[in-house]
Design a protein. Sequence first.
Length: 263
Amino acid sequence: MEYCTYDKKDHVAYVTITRPEVMNSLHIHANLELNEVFDDFANDDDMWVAVLTGQGDRAFSAGNDLKYTAEMSRLPADQRPQVGFPSGGFGGLTSRFDLHKPLIARVNGFALGGGFELALACDIIVAADHAEFGLPEPRRGLIAGALGVHRLPRQAPLKAAMGYMLTGRHMPAQRAYELGLVNEVVPAAELDNVVQSWVNDIVRCAPLSVRATKEAAMDGLDFGLEQAAKRPYAWEMRRRRSEDAVEGPRAFAEKREPNWTGR
């Protein structure tokens, strides 16, 4: 890996963007590399949860590498890198709608533009108290096209979301917490321990139950309550037939910790 690290340990994938010299912003090559990482995470049944962060203590990710974009725009068309945007979206993640494993954003600083969009694509956000969020794209003649313009109004009150999107203002971590966008805000020195506590609690659960829960919750949002209740969910069907569905009640009755296998 050239632009990120990807470590697997105890059913957890730790993904760190390693471009601190540009505030962990992403160019097309970093996007493609992260797309490969999240492809691998999605396809590895032994990986139950992922943690995404940026290297250093200054930035989670400042989004699109605009300096790189500007440099490439000055080149003749036939000299520009001929690579497409990854199928998984910005950072290989923002357009990945079929990933039902939980994702945790460890926000250690600025999460701006595409960086905020990456965090919004995660299920849980834990932020250092000095972190800031924002979608400043209109200040650059752009829009938050990696689904920030859609996710933020769905995850925060509409007027608050519009206020930040139409002005490009930054949102302090505490304000993001007040709006329900962030699960916890902690001192930077405590960030790793708090993130790990979320990881531990997720891994303590049956992995198929977690995936079935995420699938039903996220897919069901597009329907009324009665329709959502009647829809079939693939991971729930798999969970019902699994060994873990037997193991959970048995472990409870035997007063012991369950031994989850994901099968």
